[in-house]
Ligand binder design. Structure first.
Ligand SMILES: [Zn+2]
Length: 130
């Protein structure tokens, strides 16, 4: 295994929200570390060393696999325990307080969007739903 390539793939799949791939890559990296394999450098261009990289990689892999499992285990793809803040992909309207309220108000296409800066979910507000 190339741990650096696996780490990069894990981050790419997380950004693309390919949750099954996130779980597989995270588990592969954890198994690699359990067998005494060298961790990847977590930040491109920075040589931080095994002492730093190993715990960071372990935490990130466990975190990513846990969140990915929560998304896949939810019938609506809304992971349990993630604070609900929703943005419309078309406008700046206010976020409903909960997923249930958003559905009740007529929001559609609500997706977990962990790369958001001020929201955890993206969707289409009632005005911008088709
Ligand atoms: Zn809107």
């Amino acid at each position: 295994m190339d741990p650096q390539a696996t780490w990069k793939s894990l981050l790419d799949e997380w950004a693309d929200r390919n949750w099954q791939a996130v779980i597989e890559l995270a588990e592969a990296l954890l198994q690699w570390l359990d067998k005494g394999g060298c961790p990847p450098e977590v930040i491109a261009g920075r040589r931080l060393g095994t002492f730093w990289n190993e715990p960071v990689v372990r935490f990130c892999c466990q975190f990513a696999a846990d969140i990915a499992n929560r998304v896949l285990n939810s019938p609506d793809g809304i992971p349990e325990g993630v604070p609900f803040s929703l943005s419309c992909s078309e406008c700046d309207c206010a976020s409903p307080d909960s997923y249930e309220q958003a559905i009740h108000e007529g929001w559609t296409a609500i997706e977990f969007w962990p790369q958001g800066t001020s929201e955890n979910f993206l969707g289409a507000c009632p005005e911008h739903s088709d």
